[in-house]
Write a protein that binds this ligand. Structure first.
Ligand code: UDP
Length: 455
């Protein structure tokens, strides 16, 4: 007879994130999300990364009173040997070797790459069909990705050479128990279907996981920019939908020429803006045009955040009307959740695919027209200030096109928030996974009894 769930100790899931903000943040959010559903969650990471996500974890602990610990660092395999009681391991797809370690200790492994199903389907099409092989050897040649629900075409210059795609991900994924996605059914239903039918993989869509975060300000950092509070107060003084937010995630860098044109573009657009400057770009004396510096001194039109911005709070502020983004999947989904339309400026990795999803499929954005799959900032085509200003105007300039995009973005935001609410599609996927893991635990027990009894 099956034991009732309440008689069982709660599920215990181990999360093992890759060491980059874009991977660590959604994994910490996901652990908070599962903890809120009564799952014990442990995140295995280094002390430096533990400090970055500690606020999310503290809040999750306050909310659910479930333990979420940071074990001392030790080899993954040895860690599992000592702690083999986990019901599942959610490990980053970059850690393909974690599949073997989990299998050895009989723990189901769930892969997590942190991108869209659309982008995963695109890279799968690339791997299967290698369309670059037959495409003309011209940077502007359009290359179609076959076998996808939509006609997807990219310029050769926007694509990574498939020989450089780590195909072992695919191999190892198929040996996993399944894959978790920071996405939701209503966002990309054709690709959920495609992923199941073409790849025959088990998936759970549990996002947008950012909505599970209980501390929007300190999410992803232990050193928030000193400009954060004044930025939010500055936004309070602005009209609804009047401000464009400009930020390119944690890894993207721009040449001084690009930064100069971006400053010109923001000036020319006539719109209010918040611009996050991180890393080398934060030293602005080298590239900032004089009239732009004067504009900033007056302080009415624009606000520059140096360092880590409270992105979720900014995107969800009523004054926000648009987001110039590099299309990192976390940023994309955060904009979608907040109902904010995007000007898309992809650079590398899955970003050109995400741009296509945003602009062509979902129609919640305008492309700035980036063409280079980045290898080095020096070789990038510099996009002119006029083009940047025009793209922002197309999105926020009260035109028919802009109004339609804004409406679609708002509607999608409502769907995103419903997905994680009680009874929503992502809420149900979390429940579905928990039930499966619980059932697996019960049948593993029966199996053990059988073996002990010599049956
Ligand atoms: N982020 C933030 N403040 C910053 C820069 C980044 O909160 O100043 C967060 C952002 O909200 C997102 C993540 O960092 O959750 C960046 O992930 P994304 O996938 O967008 O880009 P990546 O950095 O991986 O290229």
């Amino acid at each position: 007879m099956a034991m009732k769930d309440e008689q069982q100790p709660p599920l215990h899931i181990l999360f093992f994130p890759f060491l980059a903000h874009g991977h660590l943040i959604p994994i910490a959010d996901m652990a908070a999300l599962f903890a809120a559903r009564g799952v014990r969650c442990t995140i295995l990471t280094t002390p430096v990364n533990a400090a970055i996500i500690s606020s999310v974890i503290d809040r999750a602990n306050d909310a659910s009173r479930q333990g979420t610990g940071f074990p001392e660092s030790e080899p993954f395999d040895r860690f599992l040997a000592v702690h083999s009681h986990f019901d599942a391991v959610v490990s980053d797809s970059f850690f393909s070797w974690s599949v073997d370690a989990a299998a050895e200790h009989g723990i189901p492994r769930l892969g997590f790459l942190g991108t869209s199903m659309f982008a995963r389907s695109c890279s799968d099409s690339m791997l299967r069909n290698n369309p670059l092989e037959t495409a003309p050897d011209e940077p502007d040649a359009l290359v179609a990705l076959p076998g996808l629900p939509h006609r997807v075409e990219l310029r050769r210059s926007q694509m990574m050479d498939p020989k450089k795609l780590p195909d072992h991900w695919e191999f190892f994924q198929s040996r996993s128990f399944g894959e978790l996605f920071n996405s939701f059914h209503e966002l990309e239903p054709e690709y959920v279907e495609h992923y199941h039918t073409t790849l025959g993989r088990r998936t759970w869509l549990v996002g947008p996981v950012g909505l599970a975060s209980k501390d929007m300000a300190a999410r992803g950092t232990n050193t928030l920019s000193p400009d954060a509070d004044s930025c939010l107060r500055w936004l309070d003084t602005k009209d609804a939908n009047s401000v464009v937010y400009v930020s390119f995630g944690t890894l993207t860098s721009f040449s001084t020429g690009e930064l100069r044109e971006l400053a010109r573009g923001l000036h020319l657009s006539g719109k209010n803006f918040v611009w996050v400057l991180r890393g080398a770009g934060a030293e602005s004396s080298e590239w900032m045009p004089e009239d732009f510096a004067e504009l900033m001194e007056r302080g009415e039109r624009g606000f520059i955040v140096r360092g880590w911005a409270p992105q979720m709070l900014i995107l969800n502020h009523a004054a926000l009307g648009g987001f110039v983004t590099h299309c990192g999947w976390n940023s994309t989904l955060e904009a979608v959740s907040a109902g904010v339309p995007m000007v898309t400026w992809p650079r590398y990795a899955d970003q050109f695919n995400n741009e296509m999803l945003i602009v062509e499929v979902l129609k919640v954005g305008v492309s700035i027209g980036a063409k280079d799959y980045a290898s080095s900032v020096e070789t990038h085509e510099v996009i002119g200030g006029e083009v940047i200003a025009e793209s922002i105007s197309r999105l926020m300039g009260n035109t028919e096109e802009g109004d339609a995009i804004q409406k679609k973005a708002k509607d999608l935001g409502v769907k995103a928030r419903s997905a994680v609410e009680n009874g929503g599609s992502s809420y149900n996927d979390v429940g579905r996974l928990m039930e499966e893991l619980m059932a697996r635990r019960s049948s593993a027990k029966v199996e053990k009894v059988r073996t002990t009894d010599g049956l």
